[in-house]
Design a protein. Structure first.
Length: 424
C-alpha cells in the first residue's frame, strides 16, 4: 500500500523505543549492461554482524547476508512484509517474477514509495514467518522421497518437487518460497487444520474464515425427544356442480426445531402453519375405459414458517408442493393401473411413480412399478459452529455447504419393483 498522512502520523508516534534494525550487507548501486545488479557495501551495516548464505538463481550466485545496523526507533522499524511488492521493487528492474533480491531492498524507503507493504498485525507477520519456516524445513538428508528412497543420494533433493532446494529458493513449480503450497511440511500442516465460516461471529473477517486445528473444532450432539402441541381442524364436503369431493385441513405446530447456520447451537425453533386441500373427481373417459371411471385426485400442501430467517437450511418461509394421481380399473377391477406425480416448487424436486396391480383372487395380488425421483443440490451458508471437524475449503463457494431439500435427498434412489401380496 502507498503512503498516507494517517500512516505517516502513526509511524511518527512510535519514537520512544529503540532497537537494532536489520539491514542488507550489500546495497545495489546500479545495474550493468546485462541488467545484473552492481553490489556495494552498506555503510550502515555493523561490523562483524553479517549472517546469511550464498544462493544461486538463474545461473547467478550472490551473497544474501543480513546484518545489524545502528540503533533506530520503532518508527523506522514497522512490520513491513519482506517480499510483498518485490516484482515492482527498484531492486528488480527487469520485472521478473522472482524475489531473489529481496534482501537488498530498502523496505522503509519502498514503503513510502508505494512498492512495499505493511503486515496488518503481529499475527500476520508470525503467520508469514511460520509459512516460510515450514517451506524451508521441508525435507533433509534423512527424509525419504515420494518413492521411499533416501534423500541423501546425489540430486535426490532437487528431484523431489516437495523438497526445498536452498540453491533455488524462489523457483516456481516446486517447493520454494514462491510456491510454498507444494512443500511437504506445508501440505502436512494444512492436512491437520481447516477453516471456519468467514463471518465475525465465527471469528472470521468477512473474507476468510479462521484457520484452526481439527481437534479444536467440531461440536456435541444431543438426542432429545420433544413434545409439541398441535392444533388443527379438517373438513370434507362434496360439490355437486363440479361433481368433486373436497377435503380441507389446517394445522398449527408450536416450536418445531430447524437447522440454523447462524446460531452457535445450530438449531432454531419456529412455529409451523400448514394448509392442505384435496380434490377428487371420477370422470368417464370412454376412449380409455368404457366400463369404469378414471379417478383424478390432486392435493396441495402449503407450509409457512413465521419465524423463518436466512440461516435456515430449509426453503422458506413459504413452501408449496402438490401431488396428482389418476387410476382406473379393468376386468371388474382386477387390473388397476395408477400414476402418481409429486412436485415441490422451492426445491424443484419431485417424482413420477407409475404402477400396475393385478388381482388373481381376493387374497393374492401382484404389483409392478417404477419409482423415479429428481431434484437438485442447493447451497447454504456453512454453520457458525459445525458439528463435524473443519476442513480446508477453496473456490467460489468455499464457505457454502450443499443441502438437499424436499425430494432431492432421494433423487438417486430410483427403483423398479415387483411386489407379490398374499393376505390371509
Amino acid at each position: 500500500m502507498g503512503a498516507s498522512a494517517e500512516l505517516t502520523r502513526e509511524l511518527s508516534l512510535c519514537s520512544g523505543a529503540t532497537t537494532h534494525r536489520a539491514v542488507p550487507e550489500m546495497l545495489i548501486a546500479g545495474f550493468d549492461a546485462n541488467q545484473n545488479p552492481i553490489q556495494t557495501a552498506n555503510p550502515a551495516c555493523a561490523a562483524r554482524t553479517a549472517r546469511g548464505a550464498s544462493i544461486t538463481e538463474n545461473g547467478a550466485t550472490r551473497r544474501v547476508f543480513i546484518c545489524r545496523a545502528q540503533e533506530v526507533t520503532l518508527a523506522e522499524l514497522p512490520l513491513i512484509h519482506p517480499t510483498a511488492g518485490c516484482i515492482d521493487s527498484p531492486t528488480n528492474p527487469r520485472g521478473v517474477p522472482s524475489c531473489f533480491e529481496w534482501a537488498n531492498r530498502d523496505l522503509v524507503a519502498e514503503l513510502f514509495a508505494g512498492t512495499a507493504q505493511l503486515f496488518q498485525n503481529e499475527l500476520a507477520a508470525f503467520s508469514h514467518n511460520f509459512l516460510a519456516f515450514l517451506a524451508i524445513s521441508s525435507c533433509d538428508l534423512r527424509t525419504k522421497d515420494l518413492d521411499g528412497k533416501d534423500h541423501s543420494a546425489d540430486g535426490a533433493l532437487a528431484a523431489d518437487p516437495e523438497c526445498f532446494l536452498p540453491t533455488a529458493p524462489y523457483q516456481p513449480g516446486r517447493c520454494s518460497l514462491s510456491t510454498p503450497q507444494l512443500c511437504a511440511n506445508v501440505k502436512n500442516f494444512l492436512a491437520a487444520v481447516g477453516v471456519t465460516r468467514n463471518t465475525v461471529r465465527a471469528a472470521g473477517n468477512e473474507r476468510f474464515g479462521r484457520r484452526t486445528f481439527i481437534w479444536h473444532s467440531g461440536g456435541e450432539v444431543v438426542l432429545r425427544y420433544d413434545q409439541h402441541n398441535v392444533l388443527g381442524f379438517a373438513t370434507d364436503f362434496a360439490e355437486d356442480h363440479t361433481q368433486t369431493s373436497w377435503g380441507v385441513e389446517f394445522t398449527w405446530v408450536e416450536g418445531v426445531p430447524y437447522a440454523d447456520a447462524d446460531v452457535e447451537s445450530g438449531i432454531s425453533n419456529s412455529d409451523e402453519l400448514n394448509f392442505a386441500v384435496s380434490v377428487d373427481r371420477p370422470t368417464f373417459l370412454r376412449f380409455a375405459n368404457a366400463d369404469r371411471p378414471v379417478l383424478f385426485n390432486t392435493q396441495w400442501f402449503v407450509g409457512y414458517l413465521p419465524d423463518y430467517h436466512h440461516g435456515f437450511t430449509v426453503n422458506g418461509p413459504v413452501n408449496v408442493f402438490f401431488t396428482f394421481a389418476m387410476s382406473t380399473g379393468y376386468y371388474q377391477d382386477r387390473l388397476i393401473p395408477q400414476l402418481l406425480t409429486v412436485y415441490e416448487f422451492a426445491s424443484r424436486s419431485g417424482g413420477v411413480l407409475p404402477s400396475v396391480e393385478y388381482r388373481f383372487t381376493d387374497s393374492l395380488a401382484i404389483t409392478a412399478g417404477v419409482l423415479y425421483f429428481f431434484g437438485r443440490t442447493e447451497l447454504s451458508d456453512m454453520a457458525v459452529q459445525e458439528v463435524s471437524p473443519v476442513i480446508n475449503r477453496a473456490g467460489a463457494h468455499a464457505y457454502r455447504q450443499p443441502v438437499e431439500n424436499g425430494f432431492s435427498s432421494i433423487r438417486k434412489r430410483d427403483e423398479i419393483f415387483v411386489k407379490l401380496r398374499w393376505t390371509f
